[in-house]
Design a protein around this ligand. Structure first.
Ligand code: GLN
Length: 307
């Protein structure tokens, strides 16, 4: 059984790996993060254990991708979503645009890379960005069971100002007719969803809902249609750790999604929701100590879905 003493010892042991990584600096505001931070929360629906810097807030970044995907699936249905975005891993970095031009179908390969996620953001319903971001926040607050979740405006403005690569992806997507309307508005919404602040407990609660196929066992509510939670979980396994997803599936085997804010949301099917925070990243943009810690926990408690 996972308990407080176990998590405390794991944090103590794995904190040393934070020196192997660097905090993201391509979004200037993220440079302020503390490289040595490491935190975790593990939730089974009844008991929750947290350790380390678990209550520190960080921006969700790409962990928002499977969440916004599920809301877009609710809004538009499967056919529309996958007409515009594919289902295949890329093997390329998260902000790559190389396949957009060479892939025959001229659409992003999957919803976990930036090109796919920007397209998915453009499919969220609402009369303007204010309504759209409030719907995304409402969905995240519902899954995390926490009303105190907001956008960090400084991180949003910092990425809006410097996000030229995402901007070029956006205009390319408009050119190949994956997105409609104002590119700048779609990018604003994408940057806002990435700038939502959470802690590891929020991630653990959200990932348990995904682990349980959208069902909240405590309240008896189906918060996300089962089929859509399964789609998100599958993308987390195949593409959630970018071009390290294959290695991670072998070493850890838990559907997970990382973000450059240092977060990882891991859904051990029908078992645990795990939230990790460790802003020291490797070159692929994944939390170094966070990944190692998950590997250890997966092995200690036989959590790999391949076992
Ligand atoms: N907002 C970040 C970006 O688009 C998210 C990337 C990430 O977390 N991997 O560059």
């Amino acid at each position: 059984m996972i308990d407080q003493a176990y998590l405390d010892s794991i944090i103590k042991e794995y904190k040393r790996y934070t020196i192997e990584g660097q905090v993201a600096d391509y979004i200037p505001e993220l440079k302020k993060m503390n490289r040595g931070d490491l935190g975790i929360s593990v939730y089974d629906g009844e008991k929750v254990f947290s350790s380390g810097n678990w209550d520190k807030k960080f921006t969700i970044q790409s962990v928002s991708k499977p969440l916004v995907l599920m809301l877009a699936l609710i809004d538009q249905g499967e056919d529309k979503i996958f007409e515009l975005v594919g289902k295949e891993p890329t093997g390329d970095p998260f902000n790559s645009m190389i396949r957009l031009e060479t892939y025959t179908f001229k659409k992003p390969l999957n919803p976990m890379i930036n090109a796919g996620a920007i397209t998915i953001s453009s499919l969220i319903k609402g009369k303007d960005n204010e309504e759209k971001i409030n719907r995304i926040l409402g969905f995240i607050r519902l899954l995390a069971d926490n009303e105190d979740i907001h956008v960090n405006k400084d991180v949003f403005l910092s990425e809006k100002e410097t996000g030229n690569r995402n901007r070029s992806l956006g205009y390319f997507l408009k050119d190949i007719r994956c997105i409609e309307g104002s590119v700048e508005e779609v990018l604003d919404l994408y940057f806002m969803q990435c700038s939502i602040e959470v802690n590891t407990l929020d991630l653990a609660k959200m990932s348990l809902i995904i682990a349980n196929d959208g069902f909240n066992k405590q309240t008896g509510e189906q918060l996300i249609p089962k089929k859509y939670a399964k789609i998100a979980k599958t993308f987390m396994l195949t593409c959630g750790m970018y071009d390290e997803s294959g290695q991670f599936a072998i070493d850890v085997g838990i559907p997970s999604k990382s973000g450059v804010g240092g977060g990882i949301m891991s859904s051990a099917p029908n078992q645990y929701g795990i939230g990790v925070y460790g802003p020291a990243l490797n070159l692929k943009g994944n939390s170094v100590a966070g990944m190692r810690m998950l590997e250890r926990i997966s092995k200690d408690f036989d959590m790999s879905i391949f076992l």
